[in-house]
Design a protein around this ligand. Structure first.
Ligand code: BYC
Length: 325
């Protein structure tokens, strides 16, 4: 279904239609599911929103790992709610991407056979309770930095799904910061644990914004279509500038000896992540890639009977309706 749609649009991509489409985007109009769109626009949205949806769902795994081991009942309830919120985000995003003519089943198959990615960050393990603080503070913090501008993205269903997601992510970020605060105010061992979590999550969080601008394949076209509102490096810098003072407030040290405020630029100078590690992780060779896909595969297989039952129910309902007509 999806391949046919993209093919038929490709033949329609004549210069006048493309120019009219670009003018709508430039004027800040929202593009809606039934509107004409270039095949490349549809394809890019399916890739980006689909990968975003997969990230929300896979992102539940490293946190769910700590639900049963949360230190207090309150922390357990908070974490449980956060993990449920991530499932909700995945569902809004799958609904948004389905409006582009691709089914959730097709998207899941593409994730499981490696044709679609999910965020690199979720291929790192969560080893201690402090990681729940670091993930909320840094990972949700980076997600908000990227997603707030996406509320103004040109595709209507995507922009609207971002509004609620951003509200919830900002609550998650504060919750993570609160866990970090409790850790740094605790015993020496707890403070060490918080620093260790920051040490391990700092560079993976910086990698969430994607490769440096010179290596970004899609940024230029995506920005002209307003599928992306900023470059990867712009958002990474903004994240660093906002996060360094927060680390100082916590009394923690960013694991970068070259990090320093630059009076001339009005930004922090910082060391770039190890990009060879990033490319290894997105090619499937990170510490947890195999486990994450195995968990998604198992959930897909275990859910087969539910999907089959729902199809059987829908077919029965349809045949009863036809018989009554
Ligand atoms: N991980 O041309 P580029 C969350 C890929 S937060 C994996 O710059 P683009 C959550 C990219 O796909 C995370 N792959 O790409 C938070 C492309 O490969 P393909 C999800 C990455 O798309 C808390 C290639 O590298 N957020 O869900 O213009 C709790 C070249 O890159 C990554 C979103 O998805 C990465 N980090 O820019 C729970 C936000 N970075 O596809 C959940 C929406 C790059 O050609 N997405 N790649 O094979 C975006 O804003 C953009 O897609 C990105 C990348 C900034 C991520």
């Amino acid at each position: 279904m999806y391949a046919q749609m993209v093919k038929s649009e490709a033949t329609q991509d004549d210069p006048d239609m493309l120019a009219a489409f670009q003018a709508r985007v430039d004027a800040g109009e929202k593009i809606e599911p039934k509107d004409w769109m270039p095949a490349g626009y549809r394809k890019t949205l399916i890739r980006q929103i689909g990968q975003h949806a997969h990230s929300e769902i896979v992102g539940q795994l490293p946190e769910a790992n700590w639900i049963a081991r949360a230190p207090t009942l309150e922390r357990k309830a908070n974490l449980l709610a956060k993990v449920q919120d991530e499932a909700g985000h995945g569902l809004y995003l799958y609904c948004a991407v389905e409006t582009l003519g691709v089914s959730r089943d097709e998207l899941t198959e593409m994730l499981l056979d490696g044709r679609m990615k999910y965020s690199s960050i979720f291929n790192y393990p969560t080893l201690t309770w402090a990681d729940m603080g670091a993930v909320g503070w840094l990972v949700d913090g980076a997600a908000i930095m990227n997603q707030v501008p996406l509320q103004r993205t040109s595709y209507g269903p995507y922009a609207r799904s971002m509004v609620r997601i951003c509200k919830e992510e900002s609550f998650h970020q504060r919750q993570g910061f609160h866990v970090m605060m409790a850790m740094v105010k605790g015993s020496e061992a707890q403070k060490r644990m918080a620093q260790d979590a920051l040490n391990r999550f700092w560079y993976p969080a910086l990698m969430m914004f994607g490769p440096s601008d010179k290596d970004s394949v899609h940024s230029e076209q995506s920005m002209s279509w307003k599928i992306k509102m900023n470059t990867n490096d712009e958002l990474r810098q903004k994240f660093v500038d906002e996060t360094v003072p927060q680390a100082e407030y916590l009394g923690l040290t960013i694991p970068d000896e070259h990090m320093k405020w630059n009076e001339d630029t009005g930004h922090y100078d910082f060391t770039e992540p190890d990009w060879s590690e990033f490319f290894e992780v997105i090619q499937g060779n990170g510490p947890c890639n195999v486990d994450r896909i195995a968990a998604r595969q198992k959930a897909w297989d275990d859910g087969a009977w539910v999907r089959e039952a729902m199809v059987a129910h829908a077919e029965k309902k349809q045949s009863r309706k036809s018989a009554a007509e």
